[in-house]
Structures are given as structure tokens and as C-alpha cells.
Write a protein of this length. Structure first.
Length: 157
């Protein structure tokens, strides 16, 4: 009886934490990681107490839940890459079969190959923009160093 009351209290606390957590202004990836941990804890506990056919059914449900969470994770990553691509004016690949995929809920996300193409294009654009300023910054540091040396030499001499 005490163990059952403790488990009910734990479930109520867990429900409260989930509800409060949704109200916090945290990154969506943090919420997603918490959901993964939460679902894993629940299904591990259910599968441990199940037997036979029920165990197989719960394992299949768990796999489907993980598939949905993986899709949400890929969606977040795709959204992040889209924002970066827009920021650097990098075109996204056309929605073709080799760069985009449709998940179980019907949302489109980049495949790992498509995400790698976008990442490399963003990296190339960042490098190109950085190469414009690096010589100017190096020259400015050189001039500042020469002026400092000249001032010190004039003060001593």
C-alpha cells in the first residue's frame, strides 16, 4: 500500500512538472529531451511489469512514440537550418526525394544528406564573409602595433 501511494504521488508530481515545464520559456529542444526521458521512463516501467503479448504491444507503442519524437527532433533541426540559411541568403535544396523526407505525421524535414548540404553551404558563406574582413582586421592590428612601438620609442628617446 505504501509503495502504491508513493507511485501515485510520484505520478502527480511528474504531471505537475510537465505542466509547469510547458509554461517556462525554455528552448524547444530542452522540452523535447525531457519528453524523450519521460516516455522512456514510463515505457520501461510498463514493459517491466507486462508479460507476453502485452509486452510486445507496449514495445511497439514505445517504438512508435520514439519515431514521433525523432520526427519532432528532425523538424527542429530543419527549422534551425532554415533560419540560418535565410540569415546567410543560402538557398535550400528543392524538395526532392534525396534531400527531403516526409515523416509519419506528414511534416517535411531534411534528410541527413540534405542537412549536410545546407550546413556546408552555410559554412562556405560564413567563410566567404569572414575572408572579406580578416585582411582589414590584420592590417588594423599591425598599424596599432606600429603606432604603439613608435610612441614608446619617441617617449624613450
Amino acid at each position: 500500500m505504501i509503495g502504491h501511494a508513493k507511485e501515485l504521488r510520484s505520478q502527480r508530481l511528474d504531471w505537475w512538472l510537465v505542466r509547469v515545464r510547458r509554461q517556462l520559456p525554455l528552448p524547444r529542444a530542452w522540452h523535447l529531451r525531457r519528453d524523450v526521458r519521460h516516455i522512456n521512463q514510463i515505457y520501461v516501467r510498463f514493459i517491466a511489469n507486462a508479460t507476453g503479448q502485452e509486452r510486445e504491444h507496449l514495445a511497439a507503442e514505445w517504438a512508435f512514440e520514439r519515431t514521433l519524437l525523432d520526427e519532432r527532433h528532425r523538424g527542429l533541426e530543419t527549422e534551425r537550418l532554415q533560419k540560418q540559411a535565410d540569415r546567410f541568403y543560402v538557398p535550400l535544396p528543392v524538395r526532392s526525394s534525396d534531400t527531403w523526407e516526409r515523416g509519419p505525421t506528414g511534416t517535411w524535414s531534411l534528410t541527413p544528406e540534405g542537412a549536410e548540404k545546407v550546413r556546408s553551404a552555410i559554412y562556405a558563406e560564413r567563410k566567404r564573409r569572414r575572408e572579406i574582413w580578416v585582411p582589414w582586421i590584420a592590417a588594423a592590428v599591425g598599424v596599432i602595433g606600429a603606432l604603439t612601438g613608435l610612441i614608446l620609442a619617441l617617449e624613450k628617446g
